[in-house]
Each structure stands twice: as structure tokens, then as C-alpha cells.
Write a protein that binds this ligand. Structure first.
Ligand code: SF4
Ligand code: SF4
Ligand code: SF4
Length: 272
């Protein structure tokens, strides 16, 4: 059982959040929601410990499909960034705001960009594309994320300022159109730049939250320099171009690490 301490700990943390929110909000949904996500993550972590090469993809599909189909399409909860602004402006502390607080704003202080590696339903699709390791050079296009971030804020702000009615319905359609757009742009960029994660690197507005918070992440891949033989394999398999052998907090692309563990799996010296 000792080797499963991490999955059990993950399960316990998510159960604690599930029970706390269930009791605080008096809503059984939170018990189900966080128990399901915790169980999916614990299962993936256990599979990783058993060296199952599909471990990450299993979690990504379990959590991503649940969020996209059940929460988004069936329950009509806009979990995109527009949904976050919408619930924030209405002062409602419900699923989308809680989701952002846990997964994308404060959670990254602990688990970095684990969301991007294990749960995001946009990347869940992009990761099926052929360019798992970028085949092209990194571009200086990171500024686009600030434009998409501002556009999402202006879009929701304008709806409120114009006192548009039936906002719930508009947010539901914004979720569908927004997702379709993300997938279309993500797939086009992946092929254009020969990089599955090009959308994450240049366009995704959520990285405006994720990057600064994950800079201080507790959980990060570190290199045992005594074991490392500088073969460079870890950097060649990294989908996010992280200079993982540099242990400093400001290592190159350090805030892009999605904890996919490809570098760890491929290191011939078990130095990571
Ligand atoms: S960067 Fe954005 S699109 Fe990419 S995995 Fe993270 S949240 Fe999803
Ligand atoms: S793969 Fe391992 S040994 Fe090679 S450079 Fe990376 S950490 Fe060092
Ligand atoms: S390969 Fe390693 S450094 Fe690169 S994103 Fe995955 S875990 Fe992070």
C-alpha cells in the first residue's frame, strides 16, 4: 500500500473538499463532483505508479468528458472563462467560480498546471493530434493570450452593461460556440506549427491565471544533477519546451510544465 500513498492522498484531499463544500453549500452535487474528480485523479496516479503509459490520457478523458458533456452540455454550466466572468459578476459562488478557484487560480500554487495535463477538455482533443512533441520552433506569439483574455472579459462585461436579458441562455450558447472555436483554432494551429500544444502556448486565455500561479507550484519536476548525464532526452520529448534540467524557479518555459511526466518516463538515468 505504501507505494500508493500519493493516489490515496489525492483521493483524501478531494474527498475533504467534496465533503466541506457539500456541507457548506448544502448541495449534494459537490459531494459527487469532487469525489468523481478525486477518484479519477487517484486512479490515474495509481496507473502511473504501475507504469501504465496511458495513465494521463485515462484521467484526461475521465475528467475532460465529464466537464464538457455532463457539466457543460447536460447541466448547462459554462465552465469556459466567460462563464467564470459571468458568475463572478453576478456574485454567485457556484460550479464555474469554484472550478476556477480550485483548478486554475489557487490550486496551481500546489499542483502547477496539472489541470492542463490531466483535465482540460480542449487539450484532451488536441493531444490526439500527431505532433505530441513540437516539430517546429517556438514562436513569439504569447501576447495573443492577453488579447483573448481581454476579449472574454469585454464580451461578458458588455452583456452586463447593455442589460441584455436571458443571460443564462446566452452563456450556454457561448459555451458551445466558444468550445467549437477553441477546437477549430487549436487544430489549425497544431497542424500549422506542427505542435499539438500551440493553442496552449499562444492563445489560451486561462494561461493568464495559470502561468503566474504555477511559477510558485509546490509540485514540480526536479533534476538530480548528480545522476544527469546531459543527454538532452528530457527536452526532446517535452511537449512544452521546458528546460527541466534547470532546477531554478525561472527556468526556461518553467510555467508551461503540464506535469505530463514524459521527461521522467524517458530519462535513461532516472534523474528526474
Ligand atoms: S493551456 Fe488552456 S487549452 Fe491548454 S490545457 Fe491549459 S487550460 Fe487547456
Ligand atoms: S534525460 Fe535524464 S539524464 Fe538526460 S539530460 Fe534529461 S535529466 Fe539528464
Ligand atoms: S515533459 Fe516534463 S517538463 Fe515537459 S511538460 Fe511534461 S513533465 Fe513538464
Amino acid at each position: 500500500m505504501k507505494k500508493y500513498a500519493v493516489p490515496l492522498l489525492m483521493l483524501a484531499v478531494f474527498e475533504a473538499v467534496a465533503v466541506a463544500l457539500w456541507l457548506a453549500k448544502g448541495n449534494l452535487f459537490y459531494l459527487f463532483n469532487f469525489s468523481y474528480i478525486g477518484a479519477s485523479i487517484a486512479l490515474g496516479t495509481a496507473l502511473f505508479i504501475r507504469k501504465n503509459r496511458h495513465a494521463r490520457r485515462v484521467v484526461q478523458l475521465l475528467v475532460g468528458l465529464y466537464m464538457l458533456i455532463y457539466l457543460g452540455l447536460i447541466c448547462g454550466e459554462n465552465m469556459q472563462i466567460e462563464g467564470f466572468w459571468y458568475y463572478l459578476f453576478t456574485g454567485v459562488f457556484e460550479a464555474a467560480t469554484i472550478h476556477y478557484a480550485v483548478a486554475k487560480i489557487f490550486g496551481p500554487l500546489i499542483f502547477g498546471r496539472g489541470w492542463c495535463g490531466y483535465a482540460c477538455w480542449t487539450a484532451m482533443v488536441l493531444d490526439f493530434l500527431p505532433y505530441k512533441v513540437p516539430a517546429g520552433p517556438r514562436r513569439k506569439l504569447g501576447w495573443i493570450r492577453y488579447v483573448t483574455f481581454a476579449l472574454s472579459l469585454v464580451f461578458v462585461g458588455a452583456l452586463f452593461l447593455a442589460h441584455v436579458g436571458n443571460l443564462e441562455r446566452i452563456m450556454f450558447w457561448a459555451f458551445i460556440v466558444g468550445n467549437a472555436l477553441y477546437y477549430a483554432v487549436g487544430i489549425i494551429l497544431a497542424y500549422a506549427f506542427r505542435d499539438n500544444r500551440a493553442f496552449c502556448k499562444y492563445v489560451c486565455p486561462i494561461t493568464v491565471f495559470l502561468k503566474p500561479m504555477s511559477a510558485h507550484a509546490l509540485l514540480r519536476v526536479k533534476c538530480d544533477t548528480a545522476k544527469c548525464v546531459s543527454c538532452g532526452k528530457c527536452k526532446r520529448v517535452c511537449p512544452m519546451d521546458v528546460d527541466v534540467t534547470d532546477n531554478s524557479r525561472n527556468r526556461k518555459n518553467g510555467t508551461e510544465c503540464i506535469l505530463c511526466m514524459e521527461c521522467v518516463r524517458n530519462c535513461p538515468r532516472e534523474a528526474l
